[in-house]
Design a protein around this ligand. Structure first.
Ligand code: NAP
Length: 312
């Protein structure tokens, strides 16, 4: 069997991914023709896709069996009406590992009050400002999927009181799991540290707005590594200005790169990160792509399929 695959991404990715993808697909006994430039759209069985690709119109890819996303977030694909085949998202163990490290670091920054001590002036001996133990700190993880569950588990293992929120009800050892509107209100009112790990969908668009911020525990901090469009930017600035929230660490934005004039760059209570909280790693993510191509070629159901109505 031969799979014809178009790798549709910014060309800076080609070198990183080419060998790993070819090796992983061939390891599964599949001949592969891997193109980095689209020759004839009708020729391809699979598109391996990154949102920094220029491809938006899939209508001429008439023989496509699947679009395989290199990213976990699929908001640019889920609503694309020119895609008539299944879409699979990326669930990469190393991406989950990276996100867990980044989120844990950001939570510990707030928990241990790093900024206060790093900014201390000579002679400013703040030994009355020591932090509580993690067991006395509540962290809310909003989104209990692949990323959220891994982060929640690591934080719970460090003894944080972890409250998680998701669309469907869950039961996870060591985590207080909530769902629904009442669950969200309860999670944000209890937590001192809020971590957003939700996808961007019609239901989550701008959900972090002044109405929700007013329900938060006063002085809570916000960490967003889900998607920028989950947050109403103006409402966040207002919530920081009036003390509703104490600080925000943002890794994702409505527009990326974040324009230099955007208020977030200049706000003393915002830390801007350039969408690096986690990335797919070619060494492990190629195996996920290869497994789905193998499944496609042998008539098995694909892994990590996107529910296009829900948008994730
Ligand atoms: P996932 O496994 O699909 O999990 C999504 C979670 O969000 C699930 O728990 C889901 O609930 C919950 N959810 C979705 N819509 C909801 C709603 N309307 N109300 C309440 N909960 C809702 O996704 P993932 O792999 O964990 O990734 C999550 C997001 O992180 C991605 O979509 C992406 O945007 C972002 N991400 C960012 C980076 C980065 O570098 N910054 C890297 C990777 C991922 P159910 O469990 O009930 O379905």
């Amino acid at each position: 069997m031969t799979a014809r695959v178009l790798f549709s991404a910014h060309e800076r990715h080609f070198e990183t991914w080419a060998d790993a993808l070819l090796e992983s697909i061939r390891d599964r006994g599949i001949n592969v023709e891997l193109d980095f430039r689209c020759a004839d759209p009708a020729r391809y069985d699979y598109v391996v896709y990154s949102p920094d690709s220029e491809l938006t119109d899939f209508s001429r890819f008439v023989n496509l069996k699947a679009v395989l996303s290199l990213w976990a977030g699929v908001e640019t694909l889920a609503g694309n009406e020119t895609i008539g085949c299944p879409i699979a998202r990326m669930v990469d163990p190393k991406m989950i590992e990276g996100m867990t490290e980044w989120v844990t670091c950001q939570v510990l920054r707030y928990h241990l009050n790093f900024d206060l001590f790093l900014a201390a002036k000579p002679g400013e001996w703040l030994n009355h400002m020591g932090p509580p133990l993690a067991r006395d700190r509540t962290v809310a993880i909003l989104g209990l999927g692949q990323m959220g569950q891994a982060c929640a588990g690591t934080l719970a293992a460090l003894n944080f009181r972890v409250v998680g929120w998701s669309r469907t009800a869950k039961n996870i050892d060591g985590i207080t799991c909530l769902s629904g509107d009442a669950g969200l209100d309860s999670a944000v009112s209890e937590a001192e540290i809020l971590v957003i790990l939700l996808p961007h969908t019609a239901a989550t668009d701008s959900m972090f707005n002044s109405t929700l911020f007013r329900k938060c525990r006063r002085g809570a901090v916000l960490i967003n590594s889900g998607r920028g469009a989950l947050i109403d930017d103006d409402d966040l600035v207002s919530a920081l200005d009036d003390g509703t929230l104490a600080h925000a660490t943002l890794d994702v934005f409505r527009e990326e790169p974040l324009p230099v004039t955007h208020p977030f760059w200049h706000h003393p209570k915002v830390s801007v990160w350039p969408h690096i909280s986690s990335d797919s790693r070619a060494s492990t993510a190629s195996a996920v792509i290869a497994e789905n191509i193998h499944r496609g070629e042998t008539g098995k159901p694909l892994l990590h399929l996107v529910d296009r109505l829900r948008g994730y």
